[in-house]
Design a protein around this ligand. Structure first.
Ligand code: S3P
Length: 445
């Protein structure tokens, strides 16, 4: 989604039972990493099941700008010919990352480990987001950074001749920051240590190990320590990308809320750092079963069957936030239909996502008759047996806000309208067709 696209309003109406079997698109986190590590390996990496959403296409374009060959052989079937660790080339122009926060933060780590200048920019959402969290450790590694005030994009990074290995304690729980440091460290002359007081999604560590990086992970009560030694070549891999649990969340919650629904969502990534929403919904009384659990490319995968359920409010502890940070908007929608209150604690990071997601959720729920309160880092949704709907929701260039309020509209009394559904294509281009195929009543305008 670019900031100058013409807005596409969309209306979601109360629907009959949702039924059928669907496969969510490839996981966004894994898709970014597959293209980036492919570009840093010498030889051809194949990627099957790649997410073909706007965010990943931004990473594909960026890796091409750095000199890698990135081609689509068929739907979801991609090839990357990399140039090796430290072997990327200076991009000719500004690298525009569109809406993709994860993509640009990972790419900043990669670009900062090369002794040339790269300038990054993004859309109206991305240029508001904090980049200092990545610039700080990169500066300590010797990277020069020139950024707009508040350490925001557009920004230019230039790596030193020899990157300094560091020991870095990640101050906010962020897989993006951790990953930027690990990716930069690949091209340093020694061992970099990253300490995460709170463990976050670990796809970078898993994939780096698969590509042959010298990486060690130590889990302890006090957090996770990751050590990576620079200067080692990466070997190209064949990667199969499992379905994205953060995308599966939308048909999942829709099926819980729309009376009489029975939906199976196949091939969903069930990495334990990504399953906080399922855990929470089970606590709320959701009828969710997981079948066919298997390993795919070093990750847990399974099929999720979900039936319409009466939910009850719960308190979601702050400790769970890193494992479901992108799922709170749709959890808040589920909570609106639950019996009793749902309190979500320790969710301040939501305020610096594609939009201020706490503000966007509160405004969207209130516009549709739901009672909700927020603090700087929490949200309290007062559930009710029915939700009025009838409101228009501002999506703020935020795909997950858009999809969450489509789900609200499918179960509320009156229709819910989005001011702009275009951002959905950043992570889930087939969302509308998939939901309509299950029986959702969606229309333009
Ligand atoms: C992601 C990490 C999370 C998440 C984002 C994807 C990743 O961000 O919100 O959608 O792929 O590393 P933070 O690491 O900033 O919490």
């Amino acid at each position: 989604m670019s900031s100058d696209g013409v807005a596409q309003p969309l209306t979601a109406r109360r629907s009959g039972p949702l039924t059928g079997t669907v496969r969510p698109p490839g996981d966004k986190s894994i898709s970014h990493r597959a293209l980036i590590l492919g570009a840093l390996a010498v030889g051809e990496t194949t990627v099957d099941g790649l997410l073909e959403g706007g965010d990943i296409l931004s990473t594909a374009a960026a890796m091409r700008a750095f000199g890698a060959t990135v081609t689509q052989a068929g739907p979801g079937d991609w090839r990357v010919s990399g140039l090796g660790v430290g072997g990327l080339l200076e991009p000719e122009g500004v690298v525009d990352y569109g809406n993709a926060g994860t993509g640009v933060r990972l790419a900043l780590g990669v670009a900062g480990s090369h002794a040339f200048a790269t300038t990054f920019t993004g859309d109206a959402s991305l240029v508001k987001r904090p980049m200092g969290r990545v610039f700080d450790p990169l500066r300590r590694m010797g990277v020069q950074v020139i950024a707009r005030s508040g350490d925001r994009l557009p920004a230019t990074v230039r790596g030193p001749d020899t990157l300094v290995p560091i020991e870095y304690r990640v101050p906010v729980p962020s897989a993006q920051v951790k990953s930027a440091v690990l990716l930069a460290a690949l091209n340093s002359g020694g061992v970099t240590t990253v300490i995460e007081p709170v463990a976050t999604r670990d796809h970078t560590e898993r994939m780096l190990a698969a590509f042959g990086a010298a990486i060690e992970v130590e889990d302890a009560e006090t957090g996770r320590t990751i050590r990576i030694e620079g200067g080692r070549d990466l070997k190209p891999q064949s990667i199969t990308v499992p379905g994205d649990p953060s995308s599966a969340a939308f048909p999942l919650v829709a099926a819980l809320l729309v009376e009489g629904s029975d939906v199976t969502i196949e091939n969903v990534l069930l990495n334990p750092t990504r399953t906080g929403l399922i855990e929470t919904l089970l606590e709320m009384g959701a009828d969710i079963t997981i079948a066919n659990k298997r390993g795919v490319g070093g990750e847990d995968v399974g099929d999720i069957r979900v039936k319409a359920s009466r939910l009850k409010g719960v308190t979601v502890p702050a400790s769970r936030a890193p494992f479901m940070i992108d799922e709170y908007p749709v959890l808040a929608v589920a909570a609106a239909f639950a019996e009793g209150d749902t309190l979500m604690e320790g969710i301040g990071e939501m305020r610096v996502k594609e939009s201020d997601r706490i503000a966007a959720v509160v405004a969207g729920l209130q516009a549709n008759g739901v009672s909700v309160e927020d603090t700087a880092d929490s949200m309290l949704v007062h559930g009710a047996t029915g939700v009025a709907g009838g409101g228009t929701v501002t999506t703020h260039l935020d795909h997950r806000i858009a999809m969450s309020f489509v789900v609200l509209g499918l179960a509320s009394r009156d229709p819910v309208t989005l001011d702009d559904a275009l951002p959905i294509a950043t992570s889930f281009p087939e969302f509308r067709d998939m939901m309509t195929g299950l029986g959702a009543d969606l229309s333009d305008g």
